[in-house]
Design a protein around this ligand. Structure first.
Ligand code: SAH
Length: 385
């Protein structure tokens, strides 16, 4: 076995993009190397009921307790809250397993009711989530990695790079903590916080299965979106998973030249390759793909760009989400004005491309992903970002 294969084996906290190119694989290894769970390798929130059963049997306990424990955990309960579990077992669970999940350590509340959370994980890593209230319910945006390695020029999440990938129970913990805090059921989940979900695919897939588990939160995967910067093999693996999530691809440009200027991943994968992966996703799943397009003043917001984009998307079962850029203090880019945005949207509509402009929620509370974490890191860790 080669050394590379050995290293891949060790990388148990990331995805299974076995054939992805060397650059991406190298990033995955770096992402994983930063994470050690110390002496307690198992987190209760990472487990399906059948895995919990095995653990309980190992502890000499009855199998039926697994369902009870699973159900409590997925209500956001701590071990001490599990009133129908004997105290001796509760003590055993506490001594054997890490608490896991994600603890809210800070919240910012916007005038429009949007709440931004800063979560702390077991090892002190911090990630962000955003809870938004819509007419159709409560939507939560969660992080899949602590930071991000993708380097998009307009994004705050990537400023300090990626520390590590999140475990399934940590992503679930983001949902459980926000739901408990808001006192209202989370109905939609979007994987659009910090991180590249398709570089943490194995954990993301397990998280999605836990999230939709009938004995847990039972959130319909049709109400879940997974957003990627556009990794073709990851997109194919997500399609093959059979999970009925919506795929969102961050396109942000009508051609390779502009995309390469703002998204380093575009130097690795051409738009043709991304489009072909998107077509494959539609073919395999029968579901339309969402393209995200942040309008950046003077970069990608001209009428000619809208026409070029429409040409690229023609014939593809898709929808374009125009996002107002949340300008970062660190960045040279600014958002497009409302007239430019309206003209861009109208051009797409005239060319029969389904498109909407996303409302900008939480702009007064560091709404864009990574902004709060980056700011906190500046405050608490000095030179970290
Ligand atoms: N890595 C994934 C998911 C995280 S980013 C991806 O690239 O899709 C979620 C979305 O927010 C992406 O479309 C990303 O490009 C966008 N985004 C990041 N920073 C932004 C900003 N400052 N303003 C508007 N959108 C931003």
């Amino acid at each position: 076995m080669t050394q590379n294969k050995d290293e891949e084996r060790k990388c148990t906290h990331s995805g299974t993009l076995s054939d992805e190119d060397a650059v991406v694989r190298q990033k995955m290894r770096r992402t994983c190397a930063g994470f050690s769970r110390g002496s307690n390798p198992v987190n209760l929130l990472d487990m399906f009921p059948e895995e919990l059963e095995k653990e309980l049997e190992r502890l000499g306990e009855k199998k039926f307790r697994a369902k009870q424990v699973f159900s409590w955990l997925h209500k956001g309960a701590g071990i001490d809250d599990m009133t129908n579990i004997p105290k001796a077992l509760r003590d055993k669970l506490k001594s054997e397993y890490a608490p896991g999940g994600a603890k809210i350590i800070k919240r910012q509340i916007s005038q429009d009711g949007t709440v931004k959370y800063l979560y702390e994980l077991e090892d002190g890593e911090r990630v962000e989530g955003v809870r938004m209230k819509y007419k159709h319910g409560v939507s939560l945006c969660i992080s899949t990695q602590a930071g991000c390695d993708m380097g998009c020029a307009f994004c705050a999440s990537t400023i300090g790079g990626c520390s590590r990938s999140l475990l399934p129970g940590e992503m679930l913990g983001e949902v459980l903590s926000a739901q408990k805090d808001g006192g209202e059921r989370v109905s939609n989940v979007v994987l659009m916080g910090s991180g590249e979900p398709l570089l943490n695919l194995e954990n993301v897939l397990k998280f999605l299965r836990l999230l939709s588990h009938p004995e847990g939160l039972n959130i319909s995967l049709r109400s879940v979106s997974v957003s990627t910067c556009g990794l073709p093999q990851g997109i194919a693996l997500l399609a093959d998973s059979g999970l009925p999530v919506t795929l969102a691809i961050s396109l942000h440009a009508p051609n390779d030249a502009i995309r390469q200027r703002i998204m380093p991943i575009a130097k690795r994968y051409t738009m043709d390759e991304v489009m072909s992966a998107a077509r494959g996703y539609v073919r395999t799943t029968g579901r339309r793909v969402i393209f995200e397009y942040a309008l950046i003043g003077g970069i990608n917001d001209d009428i000619s760009h809208a026409r070029e984009l429409a040409g690229r998307l023609r014939g593809l079962q898709c929808h374009v989400n125009l996002i107002p850029l949340n300008a970062l203090p660190e960045s040279e880019f600014s958002g497009s004005g409302p007239e430019k945005a309206a003209a861009f949207l109208q051009t797409l509509a005239d060319l029969h491309i389904s498109a909407t402009q996303r409302r900008s929620l939480g702009a007064d509370i560091d709404g864009a992903c990574g902004q709060l974490r980056a700011r906190e890191a500046r405050v608490y860790n000095g030179s970290r970002v």
